[in-house]
Write a protein that binds this ligand. Structure first.
Ligand code: ZN
Length: 121
């Protein structure tokens, strides 16, 4: 999710999908708004789903939006991307809690050891 992204409202290119547009200050916030922004982004994979457009297509779409012709989103694709995005978020937070456990378990063992040493039965 690091490729270039086109603002769905005004067609200006921005660095990140979830970034606020410098030109019109639009920020995609809801799942569907983010899904639409992901669709108008440089090709990338989200989990196992390939999303986005290649850069030439993206430039053409951006030109259309700037010229006052909004992009027509495919409802099915939007649904698909929203689901991939949701899965992506869930996967990421799972990894975070595993990292936390890896750090917590040795700490608890150490505390147990210290307690055993300080208060022998
Ligand atoms: Zn914009």
């Amino acid at each position: 999710m690091t490729g270039k992204s086109v603002c769905v409202r005004c067609g200006t290119f921005k660095k990140r999908v979830t970034a606020t547009c410098a030109a019109c200050h639009y920020t995609p916030e809801s799942e569907y708004e983010i899904a639409r922004s992901l669709i108008l982004s440089e090709n990338c994979t989200l989990g196992e789903t390939v999303i986005g457009r290649d850069i030439d297509e993206l430039k053409a779409i951006a030109k259309d939006i700037v010229g006052g012709r909004p992009y027509y989103f495919d409802a099915e694709e939007q649904q698909q991307v929203a689901e991939a995005y949701r899965t992506h978020l869930a996967t990421n937070s799972n990894q975070r809690s595993f990292a936390f456990l890896k750090w917590l378990v040795p700490l608890l063992l150490m505390l147990g050891l210290v307690a055993a040493l300080l208060w022998p039965a």
